[in-house]
Design a protein around this ligand. Sequence first.
Ligand code: DAK
Length: 274
Amino acid sequence: MTTIARGADIERLPDNMPQFILLHKQVAPYVAHIQLNRPDKLNALNLELMLEIKDALIELDADDSVRAIVISGNDKAFAAGADIKQMAGRTAVDMLKIDQFKTWDSIRKTRKPLIAAVSGYTFGGGCELAMICDIIIASETAQFGQPEINIGIMPGAGGTQRLTRIVGKSKAMEMVLGGQFMPAEEALRHGLVSRVVPIEHYLSEAVKLASLIAEKSPIAVQMAKESVLKSYEMSLQEALYFERKNFYMLFATEDQKEGMTAFVEKRKADFKGQ
Ligand code: DAK
């Protein structure tokens, strides 16, 4: 279930053969898995790795055989942050020209559910990438942090915003200003992760959860994800209207008919994403 290999599907990105990720499109039915694969550098997020994640997500988002996506690193590190060596000599103008935010924004716009399976170091850009995901399942060894302050910068890919909304101002300030880390159990208490499990199980639990979501109507899942995310961006009143529109729209789908008919007929629904 959790064996990750460079499968034939990877050959489908010939112009941009991934070097820093492993991609498996059917780690379970309708579930794809992207594994960050730069273990000797604790999965430090260089530009190339981020582009590979972005390209894989664009492809998976367009693929009807995929309904949920798990992103993991390895037991030791989800990712220890953006690649400091790659950034060290850059000027503000370099950063502006590279415009990495294009890549991060594209990842953020993935419509299918993203589940981060996190273990070990989850720092800086690694923590920000995990927080872009919709759900985080953590191993008991996971440690979260925004230690950019230790190298003379600050979080730039959502760390000051998403973390603060999740854990609150005081805790976020400790982490962002003091570079303090947060262990998995504390992250659970603060709602940063939805579950902490023994290290042997974090990936399989994430795949299991992705499989559960993949059984639902993919259109309803997409609309529901979009609606939940609006709670971060809109006033309550606006977001309630947004939710309402998505709710109405689902009554235009075959999946809604199938789901409700299946309930009445006391059978399992077979959602086609139509
Ligand atoms: N960058 C580059 N290399 C890294 C790295 C990183 N963030 N983290 C670890 N490595 C490399 C180490 O250099 C080492 O490589 P070699 O020396 O063997 O070649 C290897 O990984 C193993 O690391 P250590 O030897 O340091 O391992 P330890 O177990 O002793 O220590 C550690 C683990 C995680 C405590 C330590 O490696 C560490 O402190 N790493 C840096 C953590 C950190 O400061 N992270 C924040 C980075 S800044 C942006 C979006 C996002 C960002 C920026 C821009 N845009 C959209 C524009 C994000 C910024 C950041 O994340």
